[in-house]
Write a protein that binds this ligand. Structure first.
Ligand code: NDP
Length: 482
């Protein structure tokens, strides 16, 4: 069988013992490719070579590192259309979102290219006369990166770019359902001026090769994005070796709509936040907490807006919502639709399996109304094009509902009141908070992460990333007598 994509192990493209098929969720007759699965021994080889390569990379000059990251980012931005099309073919998001994702991923590399030149330490006088203190950051060593399928290029890039910037080696285990994007990014990295084995791609199932990776004592730090149960398992494995760990997991983000809000803006934000990326975003607006004073008008506009959204093939012009990623995800989504109705929620629109000219995993965007925050559909992350409206009597109740969750990644408020916006910004218990903006959509030069079950360990992105990808060294220097 012709293999479309191989693993990249210790500086060489390598087949595995087995392969998997990668099919287009918009059209199951479209085979995106056949991808190799890494074997246990290949992962060990990648880890062994990473250790050697890391020492060499750490000794590269900062301008040489900067040039590598800049070249990766520049190429990704220049090829955003081509790579975005490939991403959409395997993941199912509409083309504009896929192109945007690849371009943004390139920006992570160019941002951290510049950071290569901006790594400053601190100096201090010691409490002991004649002694000086020098505090600086050093690489942690070999970083295991485990990434999800929903942003297959961007999430991996916001981990890989800082890992390399701060002088580490990387062993990357991407989601097995999106290998094409992983191979494409690896091809760009592999052709750069980097030591052999500095960057390895090991494809394979999370339960096998992923578990082996997180249990390895050869790994110095693990950065993971995915589900809470898998994250907890990874943390448990990491602690056995006292490996540093950083995790971004699920959420149940709320957008609060106040009675003083611009209602059209609120509906636009809710639709984009709930159904962008087919609802498969950790920052999705899955709870819409709406003031009773505008509830009925908001619901009417929201339902009309959801019904007007065009569901279709990811690469077809005009598509606003693509298919969900897999049969399993579709089954889970439809089960949540049934669960919500069984819990007493009213399905105001959508939430149905759609038949299309192409056989794919299509469903209509669904809106639940008449829900309470205690319902499972409002407590569990669905990762689906589904959202729930929760009616509240005032601002205080809205804030309390927003904060009544085990998660805490993002939250937002739509209001024209400066007082409410300010109070919300200061009292919402989430890592990211937005005012008159969607709950999804963040910048790359500032910290990203959440609270509660949403995140664990240091923040990602911006300068905050240094906390995870480096370790601090404090040096004491006695100058002696001149
Ligand atoms: P998972 O947590 O199952 O997978 C995320 C990554 O972890 C994948 O690369 C996966 O590999 C890998 N993995 C799985 N099991 C292990 C393991 N035992 N050891 C090491 N690595 C492992 O999430 P999914 O991507 O399957 O999505 C499931 C749910 O996760 C979603 O429905 C959503 O709720 C949540 N999620 C949250 C995201 C966020 O950004 N916060 C992003 C994506 C998902 P493999 O692909 O082979 O399973």
């Amino acid at each position: 069988m012709h293999i479309t994509g191989q693993n990249y192990i210790a500086g060489a493209w390598t087949a595995g013992a087995t392969e998997i098929e990668n099919r287009n969720p918009s059209d199951l007759s479209d085979l995106v490719g056949i991808y190799a699965q890494a074997e246990a021994a290949q992962l060990e080889a990648a880890l062994d070579q990473a250790r050697v390569a890391q020492a060499e990379w750490a000794a590269y000059g900062m301008e040489r590192k900067q040039a590598v990251l800049m070249a990766i980012g520049t190429e990704m931005m220049a090829r955003a259309e081509e790579l975005g099309t490939l991403l959409c073919r395997e993941e199912g998001k509409p083309l504009a979102e896929g192109k945007g994702e690849v371009y943004r991923a390139g920006q992570f590399f160019t941002y951290y290219a510049a950071e290569c030149l901006r790594q400053l330490g601190e100096n201090a006088d010691s409490v002991r006369p004649g002694v000086e203190v020098d505090v600086r950051r050093e690489p942690v060593g070999t970083v295991a990166i485990i990434s999800p399928w929903n942003f297959p290029t961007a999430t991996a890039s916001w981990k890989i770019a800082p890992a390399l910037c701060y002088g580490n080696a990387v062993v990357w285990k991407p989601a097995n359902i999106t290998p094409a994007s992983a191979v494409a990014l690896t091809e760009i990295i592999a052709k750069q001026d980097i030591p052999k084995g500095l960057f390895s791609l090991v494809m394979g199932s999370g339960r096998e090769i992923g578990q082996q990776l997180v249990e390895s004592p050869k790994v110095n730090a693990i950065s993971f994005t995915g589900s809470v149960p898998v994250g907890k398992g990874i943390a448990a494995a990491a602690i056995q070796n006292l490996t540093k760990v950083q995790m971004e997991m699920g959420s149940k983000n709320a957008l609060a709509v106040m009675d003083d809000a611009d209602l059209d803006l609120a509906v636009t934000l809710a639709l984009g936040g709930a159904f962008g990326g087919t609802g498969q975003k950790c920052t999705a607006s899955s709870r819409l907490v709406v003031h009773a004073g505008v509830h009925d008008a908001f619901v009417e506009k929201l339902v009309a807006g959801a019904q007007a959204m065009k569901v279709g093939h990811a690469l077809q012009a005009g598509t606003q919502i693509g298919p969900v990623v897999s049969q399993q995800q579709l089954d889970e989504n439809l089960a949540y639709v049934a669960l919500g109705q069984a819990e007493g929620a009213e399905l105001a629109c959508g939430g149905e399996r759609l038949e299309m000219p192409h056989d794919g995993y299509y469903m209509s965007p669904g809106v639940f109304v008449g829900t309470s925050n205690a319902m499972r559909i409002n407590r569990e992350e669905m990762f689906a094009p589904l959202t729930s409206v929760i009616k509240v009597d005032g601002y205080e109740e809205a804030l309390s509902v927003v904060n009544d969750t085990n998660f805490g990644l993002t939250s937002g408020i739509v209001t024209t009141s400066l007082a409410r916006a300010t109070h919300f910004r200061r009292n919402a218990r989430t890592g990211v908070v937005t005012v008159n903006l969607p709950t999804a959509g963040t910048d790359y030069h500032v910290p990203f992460g959440g609270r509660g079950d949403s995140s664990y360990g240091p923040r990602e992105q911006g300068k905050a990333a240094a906390e995870f990808y480096t370790t601090v060294k404090t040096a004491y220097i006695s100058a002696g007598t001149p």
